[in-house]
Write a protein that binds this ligand. Structure first.
Ligand code: MF3
Ligand code: CO
Length: 260
């Protein structure tokens, strides 16, 4: 069942997504070598709570944090921990803020200090592929058009697409129908309709596409331990346009000329 949002619900989605975006801006200010990843989690949790929201990942299926922390080879769903970030790492931060019953979901992979050019390029192309997916996400087109746009762009650059994890619909629940894969064929899958809210979230690897789940039951990493990048926006489909509800603007403000 795909829930189409009313204008009133879309307004609430905008507010939840703005809260998620601002929380990510606070994380951006703090990312640096020597910072334990649990500090990024605390910053986001406190910011969301102080602004009347609920950290939706915390306790979701037993997940132990506000932010999924994805260092280097971690693809998704890593735990915040005592690990201190090192120069040359990349750290994906994936968070969901719930506000007034609606959810905003986003992810950004931050370089920590100076990062190897090939890893920085992986991040850049993954972020660009998110925007390729967004361009394909128009009323009347299909989920497979988004999936194919992401896949084609990333594979053209020599990267591989994680297949086990997908984007998703979003609204009152963090995960709603439909699933939004990052690989697939044009013209296939459910049709995009005005009022749909979806999350596009490419998870793209430098090496092989294969992943393994760690014994903690959550942490998903690349099998070859090469790096993986992950970016995500929440969008709303309108009759003649697509609105990106989350924003990386607060990240840009925080990072200045370090923003890539
Ligand atoms: N954006 C992530 C996803 O869609 C958020 C996961 S929260 C968790 O899967 F609690 F499930 F980890
Ligand atoms: Co998501």
């Amino acid at each position: 069942m795909i829930y189409l949002k009313t204008p009133e619900e879309l307004e609430l989605m905008r507010k939840a997504c703005d809260l998620a975006s601002r929380a990510m801006g606070e994380i951006a200010k703090a990312v640096a070598p020597g910072v334990p990843t649990h500090r990024l989690d605390t910053i986001a949790r406190e910011y969301i709570l102080d602004n009347g929201g609920r950290p939706a990942c915390l306790g979701y299926g037993g997940f132990p944090g506000t932010v999924c922390i994805e260092v280097n080879e971690v693809v998704v769903h890593g735990f915040p921990s005592n690990y201190t970030l090192r120069e040359g790492d990349i750290v994906g931060c994936d968070l969901v803020a719930e506000l007034n019953g609606y959810n905003g979901d986003m992810c950004y992979t931050f370089p920590v200090g100076e990062v190897a050019p090939e890893v920085l390029q992986l991040c850049k192309v993954t972020k660009e592929s998110l925007y390729k997916g967004i361009e394909a996400a128009r009323e009347g087109r299909r989920i497979g058009d988004i999936a194919n746009a992401v896949q084609t762009y990333c594979e053209h650059h020599g990267y591989t697409v994680v297949r086990e994890m997908c984007g998703h619909g979003i609204g009152r629940k963090m995960h709603e129908s439909p699933e939004i894969p990052n690989y697939g064929r044009r013209g296939t899958g459910p049709m995009l309709k005005s009022g749909m809210c979806i999350c596009i979230e490419p998870m793209i690897n430098l090496g092989s596409r294969n992943v393994v789940i760690e014994p903690d039951g959550w942490t998903c990493r690349t099998r070859d331990r090469k790096p993986s990048a992950h970016y995500e926006h929440t969008l709303a489909i309108h009759p003649d346009s697509t609105e990106v509800l989350t924003t990386f603007d607060y990240i840009r403000e925080a990072l200045g000329d370090r923003f890539i």
